[in-house]
Ligand binder design. Structure first.
Ligand code: HBI
Ligand code: FE
Length: 279
């Protein structure tokens, strides 16, 4: 398969996407994934995500050419996509984000991985992450996250910050006038979790609380037991503007929490604030 993950010999781990090398089968796999999610996400994904898909003209046609996406994305928010072979070391990842470069893998999953792939592939990164980078506030949040990541590495607090990424960028929900909607990339790129996160009575849905999130463990190989809900992207950006250093010291004295934990002062959102009901 022409576009299987490759290694990079550059210090920043980037590679060339080599868009011309994709096979018709790989473009067809993208088309299947895109058409399935586009249907499921109507009425489930937030307007900002769907707006990003439209603004960047990400379609079912096939795996997008990062050069074309970058022309539009750069004009919108100054973000650009750089191709990488797979997960890159944390410091490299954060340095790219801090410079408004999103490291996107460019290989696509195999047909037998249609419903689930553990590591990010081009569908997870481009369909899941890139559309929201066309939103100015979310674009600012992602750059701030990169800057915060480099600092967290220096302070030995990566675990706390990685949880913030996990429960917002990857698996976040947002409250809107028409109920809860999805913005997390790990959810929008997953067929099953796009429905489960809003419709199932099983998981907890808890109002965003920065310290609470930074204490809460997560598992990467199953649907989330808890989703955290933000009131808006500006609220998320505001909540994460302060210097996190005092939070990290406070967290050292607070016990970690299991993914399914509920604390007495958690703002638990009930089914009534679900996707279909009015907020
Ligand atoms: N590398 N390509 C890539 N994509 C990621 O999402 C990623 C990564 N490296 C590190 C990482 N994520 C996480 O460990 C950090 O968010 C903590
Ligand atoms: Fe991701």
């Amino acid at each position: 398969m022409a576009s299987q993950a490759r290694t990079s010999d550059r210090p920043d781990y980037t590679i060339e996407q080599n868009w011309a090398a994709y096979t018709p089968e790989e473009h067809a796999l993208w088309r299947t994934l895109f058409e399935r999610q586009a249907k499921i996400l109507q009425g489930r994904a937030c307007d900002e995500f769907l707006g990003g898909i439209a603004a960047l003209a990400v379609t079912a046609d096939g795996i997008p050419d990062f050069r074309r996406l970058n022309d539009v994305l750069d004009r919108a928010t100054g973000w650009r996509i750089v191709a990488v072979p797979g997960l890159v070391p944390d410091d490299i990842f954060f340095a790219h984000l801090a410079a408004r470069r999103f490291p996107a893998t460019c290989f696509i999953r195999r047909p037998d991985q249609l419903d689930y792939i553990q590591e990010p592939d081009v569908f997870h990164d481009i369909f899941g992450h890139v559309p929201l980078l066309a939103n100015p506030i979310f674009g600012d949040y992602m750059q701030a996250y990169g800057q915060g990541g480099l600092k967290a590495l220096r302070l030995g607090a990566l675990k706390n910050l990685a949880r913030l990424y996990w429960y917002t960028v990857e698996f976040g929900l947002i409250r809107t006038g028409s109920g809860l909607r999805i913005y997390g990339s790990g959810i929008v790129s997953s067929k099953g979790e796009s429905v489960y996160c809003l419709d199932s009575p099983v998981p907890n849905r808890i109002g965003f609380d920065l310290l609470r999130i930074m204490r809460t463990n997560y598992r990467i190989d199953r649907f989330q037991e808890t989703y955290f809900v933000i009131d808006g992207f500006d609220a998320l950006f505001e909540a994460t503007r302060p210097d996190f250093t005092p939070y990290y010291s406070a967290l050292r004295h607070l016990p970690e929490l299991e993914p399914g934990a509920i604390l007495p002062d958690d703002r638990v959102l009930h089914r009534g604030q679900g996707a279909m009901a009015d907020a």
